[in-house]
Structure formats: structure tokens, C-alpha cells
Design a protein around this ligand. Structure first.
Ligand code: SF4
Length: 282
């Protein structure tokens, strides 16, 4: 699919964060060619005047002002909350790489989240950071389901990327997000990856806005036997599934000595912090 690309000037790469676990976020791009069907960053269209469908445009941010390194001293920074900083346009523009080169010597903690194997290009640079966690999002081992949901790297490539990052001595996180009820097999994913993953993060699937109907229609067609369960969760608002799964994940991780963070209640955490919309996944 042809993606409409445009270079735009911005005043600063840093944005104050409303995420529960970071002080600043950096989104080097507006838009995301991964076009995940469940992406709630698509609200960005409203704020940036884009009328095109989410996933069909990308604005490449250019900022001539250097990042204020004093401002981020001893702070935590997350890339990225409303785009994937290693989307395919990064290959050509290298905005993420240039940002990382600016901040590499600063004493701060960095989190990078991506669904792209392109992150391996920067492995030598990443190794220079003192306090860095790299997370790769994986919510299925089924390539067909993945292909139905996004245009990002294949599951196999993401697993190989995690393995390579780990082998190179980087701290790896598998971000299981978003967890699809009765489709995401959290134990299967952990069993396949726990030799090269240092930590797991979990986030449940939230459905709202236009994409709610898209996902429900998809489930009706592709997983008709699950539709009544999705109806209970997303149309009737019954929370029992998440409460049970949350307990199951926590018990499993504790019993198997797996380091994890449960972001199931991330929405409430964010609301408690501020009412804006800067959310978590890339
Ligand atoms: S990778 Fe992240 S930001 Fe990009 S479309 Fe998917 S969920 Fe949205």
C-alpha cells in the first residue's frame, strides 16, 4: 500500500508523558504504517488534521533544536507511544537513530517499544546505553492472526529480534499487548520465549471508537464461536474475564519466577495521572 509521506518541522522531540512509567515520550513520527487494526493511537488523526485512513500516512518529524539534555537527566523516556519508532520509514530517515545518538551519554532510563526487526540495525548504539529496556510486542504465535491485525514484522522475525537483542546483552521485554480474549495464549508465548526474555509486560485489549466495531466484526467472521464472549466483555461490559486472567497471569508468573508487570489497569493509571490520551503501545 502506498503511504503518503511528508517531512514536518517540530519545535521539540520531547513531550511530557502521561504514561504511568515514564517522564517523557518521544514520537519521532506521526502516523504508523503498521496500521494495527486495534490501534488507539489513531485518535492522533484528530489532533494533526489528517483525514486519511490510519496507517496510510506518515509525517517525519524534523527538529533543528537539539534535545535539552539537562531536562532528561535522571528521568525516564519512552519511545514511542503513538507510533512505532522503528517503522519502515526509519530505514530512510533515521530520525530515531539520530535522537538516540543525541541522548546516549545522558544519565536517564530509556524504554523502546517496537514491532519491527529494524531495531537490530542500531544494536551497537543501543549497547552504549546504561539503562535501557527494549520491548517487542507480541500477542500471538499465529502468523495468520498477526497478518490479519497488522503490517509489522512477522512473529518469527520479532522472536528472532528478541533473541538477538538478548544475545547481544540487552535487557529484553516481551510486551504482550494487546491481549485478545481467548486468542492470546500467554502461557504458550512465555514457554516459547522465556530463555531470551528478561521481563514480560501484559496489557488487555481495550475497544473504543471506530475500531471497536472493526474488531467485533472481525471476530464474528473469523472466530464466530468466540463472539458471544466478546459480546459479554465489550458490549455488556462484564469484567470477570479480565479479573480471572489477571489472577491467572500473576499466579503463573510468580510460580515460575517470571519477572512481569501487569498493565491491565493501565487505563485507570493513566486517567489518574492526567486526562489526556497519550497511551502505551507501539
Ligand atoms: S505499531 Fe503501535 S502505533 Fe503503530 S499502528 Fe500498531 S499499535 Fe498503532
Amino acid at each position: 500500500m502506498k503511504i503518503k509521506e511528508k517531512v514536518i518541522e517540530v519545535k521539540d522531540y520531547l513531550t511530557k508523558s502521561n504514561l504511568p512509567a515514564s517522564d517523557y515520550v518521544i514520537n519521532p513520527y506521526i502516523g504508523c504504517p503498521h496500521a494495527c487494526k486495534y490501534c488507539y493511537a489513531c485518535f492522533m488523526k484528530r489532533f494533526t488534521g489528517h483525514l486519511e485512513e490510519w496507517g496510510t500516512f506518515i509525517d517525519i518529524k524534523r527538529c533543528d533544536k537539539p534535545i535539552n539534555l539537562n531536562k532528561i537527566q535522571n528521568k525516564s523516556i519512552f519511545l514511542s507511544s503513538v507510533t512505532d519508532c522503528y517503522n519502515c520509514f526509519e530505514e530512510k530517515y533515521q530520525v530515531t537513530k539520530k535522537i538516540l545518538e543525541q541522548i546516549v551519554d545522558v544519565k536517564c532510563s530509556i524504554g523502546i517499544s517496537t514491532k519491527s526487526k529494524l531495531i537490530l540495525r542500531d544494536i551497537d548504539l543501543l549497547k552504549k546505553f546504561n539503562d535501557l529496556k527494549v520491548s517487542i510486542s507480541i500477542n500471538t504465535l499465529d502468523e495468520n492472526f498477526k497478518n490479519d491485525m497488522d503490517n509489522a514484522s512477522s512473529i518469527n522475525d520479532r522472536l528472532c529480534t528478541l533473541k538477538e537483542l538478548h544475545n547481544q546483552g540487552l535487557y529484553t521485554v516481551l510486551f504482550m499487548s494487546p491481549i485478545f480474549p481467548y486468542i492470546t495464549d500467554f502461557k504458550g508465548i512465555i514457554e516459547k520465549t522465556n530463555t531470551y526474555v528478561d521481563e514480560y509486560w501484559f496489557e488487555n485489549l481495550n475497544l473504543r471508537g471506530n475500531y471497536k466495531q472493526t474488531i467485533l466484526d472481525y471476530i464474528k467472521v473469523k472466530y464466530p464461536n468466540l463472539y458471544s464472549e466478546y459480546d459479554k466483555i465489550y458490549l455488556k461490559g462484564i469484567k470477570m474475564y479480565w479479573e480471572n486472567l489477571s489472577r491467572e497471569i500473576e499466579n503463573y508468573c510468580k510460580q515460575n519466577n517470571i519477572k512481569y508487570i501487569n498493565y491491565f489497569y493501565h487505563e485507570q493509571l493513566v486517567k489518574a495521572r492526567l486526562k489526556n490520551h497519550f497511551l502505551f503501545f507501539a
